[in-house]
Design a protein around this ligand. Structure first.
Ligand code: SF4
Length: 426
């Protein structure tokens, strides 16, 4: 990152701590670096300071927005060095002949993964020769999209919809430059030759036009080599290559497609285009993307609260667990598959699992009491019994003292709850 310390930014802020941005000037400086707030949230910056701060917080790889999508904006080569910020949008190819069907498929595709609905992001609309239909498709598609069309069609297309255009090559780049400058849209530049990509990047950057680099996925190994060189150079300060990379997966072989897709989700696609909605390719890729683009500095957590499982009544058992996402979904799934109507009281342990949060003290008697009070559990059940996880057994006495509720110690493994409950709960 260019700005190593919030102090560099703090020096340029008004330093009045007026809290108009919701925090202090130092807090705002820190949040800017962590991309938790935007520069516009401080209304007291003069132009000079704004420009300087914008330069300091600008990511190593340019962040480019078009038609509701954000691509690039990365800072590091390896996630563990900081985090990756913007998941590569997944676009599916369509054209003016088949777009209605493809749009339906894109909208209906979803993968449920630890409670989240993972979805596709839009369409790459390719021109196949019918201009009227193409322009109609641009009007009708209500998903984010990018356009691939010849320069003579692009002006009409951009009158309908402003978005990224492609593909600019060494043969046609002058036409693309003219259109991109006139309509202020980013361009997808394409070649399987690094020297050509460098040439194109220099031309577009020199004219102040933003671009996304497509190094052509012909074979995984050769494309991988180009992608790595572009990204490593971009992060190290090659300004022509400090732009987002896109990868287009377009093979007949489904397994080769899946392998390619997962390779470039890991390294370093900022935008991915797929030939079709094929779950065999998309499912592993979308799950992998979800994992790689979580912030390693933040534990994966769910909201604390009182969750209903099935149809609990006043006699239903109340189970306690932590808000570590994997724990929550494991316990919830085990309770649901056992057909147990109950309440699940999820306490805030900062997204830490049961064993670690008991050991660190974040899972404690006061946290349980606070959750009981906050979520008004006594109004939901007639009894006064809590079931805590087996790994929290040593807190039984402390929780009983703090809450006045009887505490039952459940099994260590939530898959054993059904048999355990039949013995202790009548
Ligand atoms: Fe400081 Fe600006 Fe935030 Fe006020 S709004 S606290 S001046 S950063």
């Amino acid at each position: 990152m260019k700005a190593k310390s919030p102090l560099e930014i703090y020096k340029l802020l008004p330093k009045t701590n007026c809290m108009k941005c919701g925090t202090t000037c130092m807090g705002f400086a820190t949040n800017l670096i962590q991309r938790k707030q935007k520069l516009d949230e401080c209304p007291y910056l003069d132009e000079k300071a704004r420009k300087k701060i914008a330069e300091l917080i600008e990511p190593n790889i340019k962040e480019i927005e078009f038609d509701g999508l954000v691509v690039g904006g990365e800072e590091v080569l390896f996630r563990h060095e900081l985090t990756f910020f913007n998941k590569p949008p997944f676009l599916i190819k369509a054209n003016e002949q088949n777009y209605e069907e493809v749009v339906k498929e894109v909208k209906s595709y979803k993968k449920i993964y630890i409670g989240k609905e993972l979805k596709l992001d839009g369409i790459l609309l390719e021109f196949k020769g019918d201009k009227d239909k193409f322009l109609r498709a641009l009007k009708e598609i209500d998903l984010s999209l990018a356009i691939v069309a010849p320069p003579n069609v692009l002006k009409s297309a951009l009158e309908v919809r402003r978005t990224a255009i492609g593909y600019a090559t060494v043969e046609n780049y002058e036409d693309f430059l003219e259109v991109a400058k006139a309509y202020e849209v980013p361009v997808m530049i394409k070649s399987n030759d690094l020297r050509e990509l460098k040439f194109l990047a220099e031309k577009f950057r020199g004219e102040g036009v933003k671009y996304v680099i497509n190094p052509v996925l012909d074979r995984i190994s050769s494309c991988y080599d180009r992608v790595i060189k572009i990204r490593v150079n971009g992060i190290k300060g090659d300004r022509d290559f400090a732009y987002p990379i896109m990868v287009e997966i377009d093979f007949d072989d489904v397994f080769y497609s899946a392998m390619a897709s997962m390779t470039f989700v890991c390294r370093y696609a900022d935008l991915m285009v797929f030939r079709e909605v094929n779950p065999l390719v998309l499912m592993p890729s979308i799950v992998l993307r979800e994992n790689i683009y979580t912030d390693p500095r933040v534990p994966v957590a769910v909201e604390s609260g009182l969750y209903k499982i099935g149809n609990p009544n006043g006699n239903a058992p109340v189970f306690v667990t932590t808000n570590f996402m994997l724990t929550y979904y494991t316990v919830k799934t085990d309770l649901e598959s056992a057909g147990i109507d109950c309440y699940l009281l999820v306490i805030d342990t900062g997204g830490i699992c049961v064993g670690a949060s008991v050991a660190s003290g974040r899972f404690n008697a006061n946290a349980v009491k606070e959750a009981l009070d906050k979520f008004k559990v006594e109004e939901r059940v007639k009894h006064r019994k809590l079931i805590i996880p087996g790994l929290a057994s040593r807190l039984k006495g402390a929780i009983e003292d703090a809450t006045g509720w009887e505490v039952l110690v459940g099994p260590v493994d939530s898959s054993a709850i059904k048999d355990w409950l039949e013995k202790v709960w009548s």
